[in-house]
Write a protein that binds this ligand. Sequence first.
Ligand SMILES: C[S@@+](CC[C@H](N)C(=O)[O-])C[C@H]1O[C@@H](n2cnc3c(N)ncnc32)[C@H](O)[C@@H]1O
Length: 316
Amino acid sequence: MAIIPASNRRAAAVAQAKPGGAGPRPKASEAASLAALPLLGARPTLTAQEFQEIRKFIYDQAGIDLHAGKEDLVAVRLGKKLMAAGLKSYQEYFRQVKADRTGNMMTEMIDALTTNFTGFMREPVHFEFLRKTVLPVVGKRQRIDFWSAACSTGEEPYTIAFVALEALGGKAAQQVKILATDISTKVLKFAGEALYPAERIAGIPPEWRKKYLTAETAARDSALRVRPEVKRMVEFQRMNLMEPLRGGRRCPVIFLRNVMIYFDRATQESLVKRLAEHLEPGGYLLIGHSESLTGMPVGLEYVAPATYRKPGKLQG
Ligand SMILES: C[S@@+](CC[C@H](N)C(=O)[O-])C[C@H]1O[C@@H](n2cnc3c(N)ncnc32)[C@H](O)[C@@H]1O
């Protein structure tokens, strides 16, 4: 069957239109909370020097480019954190982040400055591509590896699993191994729980919901959990894409969607070159539809919007 039945197209279109593809921006409600800060008596002011220090730190640690114009976003998002911790300045908050050897505060800071927005079936054309173009070629292999790099809360890798099961049948549960990585331990914990509230499963066709998800009496109203046999197809790991990549096996497809929006051009180029080493000849790199590799000398061929191929022929 086609990936998205008519009844689900609207949900998918809505999911597409959400802000994941546009980089971090303060929301209207955040502008209001910025205005409210002085009323609460904290009056933190983000100085130009503090902004530059935070900017350099987050760039060095996670590749995230907080260029000029992001001062308000940083002030609002981190302002909430420092006020919650009872701190009086960004300097003080930033000192704590740097001193935290667990790395948890840095992860929280990155979470505050990026969006984890994702969704089942997000940018569905890629899943149609997987079903029609890739799985028919690799479907007879004993083992098929995919990588969802920057997987957020897990909807992307679980969608890959659903599509593989639909295309290849139950044997895909043993054949297909999906490495799903993200820098944020918070989203990985959520993904590992595999429990999704009703509003987040709207993009999944009802018949797939029945097959691949299960209701739990203990769970929140209408929340559904990914079935264990599907969950076992996905291995979640924390991985910072700025550090040496640990993907063990070469893949016919790597999903690198809606994360490069945070990186500058040089960082994007070096990341794509490093990731391409983990693609099989003829393998595909899928990026977000608001991202592009046009003019980037990374040795990949353009196939379709947001779809690139490593030279060579994908083997069966
Ligand atoms: C908008 S989500 C994209 C989720 C999914 N790929 C999609 O397209 O729906 C971006 C994710 O990138 C992650 N991220 C940001 N910087 C990263 C880095 N340096 N290494 C790994 N993940 C990173 C964030 O934690 C976030 O979960």
